[in-house]
Design a protein around this ligand. Structure first.
Ligand code: HEC
Length: 289
């Protein structure tokens, strides 16, 4: 009955109405059920039409068919100088995946266990985009970063990056994952609530939470979100912070002063208050993720 009415309406209104009806609905990019190439981007998480626990795959060619942005990027620390980058804004991808409400938190998961995190607020301020072409070239010709990490299959960059907030000595930091193989989507508010200390926690603990989300979570895992580059997840960090707060603090500022073999990046700009906030957060988070 309803379909009959729509068809009749279309017949009356003509082609213009058809075009506007299509534009009004959620757009959909083609999702494959199987991986057919190492260049396919895996999509997981809480996505319309993807059953819980399953993956879908998007082909490079289908991503290249979406509206592209292009910039000369001068401040991406994964490059020694300016580069021409083009690709698809993460915000556009969210729409193409058919989300209709709520906020999405996107985790970009890399081959080496590193993970970048993109909240709705971060996307609105910094306009991160999934790069499809580097200096006009396709991923097979991209090579490696100054740190010898492969850029392919995907990486994320920004038109430029200007920090939009600071918390104690932590300034808003660009999320620049390389070698992305998967994008995982989370319902943002629910996921952030998982990481939060209790509402009555001291201000420093709350500040530590926000810093840990942007920094530590890239390599240390908290339950169902976070990098796996470090073998120590949130519960282990909580135990260390509770058991030896000064070693915990020293490790954050200059890891290789504590452990000569350390590979974790140093945070030389963090002052005592910033380290205290992180320590308070992890001490309190013991019973959480
Ligand atoms: C770029 C990845 C990365 C980031 C970001 C990162 N870590 Fe680490 N972290 C590691 C790795 C890898 C190790 C394992 C030891 C090593 O190689 O340094 C580690 C080890 C540690 C340890 C020592 C565990 C032990 O007893 O040996 C502590 C404590 C720690 N991290 C805390 C933090 C905190 C707090 C943050 C955020 C402020 C953070 N890390 C951010 C990668 C990272």
């Amino acid at each position: 009955m309803r379909l009959g009415l729509v068809v009749a309406g279309l017949a009356l209104l003509g082609v213009v109405a058809v075009a506007s009806l299509q534009a009004a609905g959620p757009k959909r990019i083609v999702l494959q059920t199987q991986r057919t190439s190492a260049q396919d981007l895996e999509i997981t998480g809480d996505v319309p039409g993807i059953p819980a626990g399953q993956s879908r795959f998007v082909r490079y060619g289908d991503l290249a068919g979406l509206a592209q942005v292009a910039y000369t990027v001068k401040d991406d620390t994964n490059f020694d100088g300016p580069v021409q980058l083009s690709g698809v804004p993460l915000t556009e991808l969210v729409q193409e995946l058919g989300f209709t409400g709520g906020k999405q938190l996107i985790a970009a998961i890399c081959t080496d266990g590193y993970e970048g995190h993109f909240t709705a607020e971060y996307r609105a301020v910094h306009h991160p985009f999934l790069v499809l072409k580097l200096n006009g070239k396709q991923p097979g010709q991209w090579g490696r970063s100054p740190d010898q990490e492969p850029y392919a299959p995907y990486f994320i960059s920004h038109p430029f990056f200007k920090p939009s907030f600071s918390i104690l000595a932590h300034a808003d930091e660009a999320q620049l994952p390389l070698g992305i193989v998967q994008l995982r989507f989370y319902a943002q508010d629910a996921e952030l609530a998982e990481l939060k200390p209790p509402a009555n926690a001291p201000a420093a603990t709350m500040q530590g939470d926000r810093i840990a989300f942007q920094n530590c979570l890239r390599c240390h895992r908290a339950a169902d979100i976070g990098g796996t580059k470090s073998p120590f997840g949130w519960p282990q960090l909580a135990l260390i912070a509770q058991g030896n707060a000064s070693a915990f603090g020293n490790y954050i500022i200059q890891p290789n002063r504590v452990n000569p073999e350390a590979t974790m990046p140093a945070n030389p700009k963090y002052d005592a208050a910033t380290v205290a906030a992180l320590t308070a957060y992890f001490q309190s988070a013991g019973g959480k993720p």
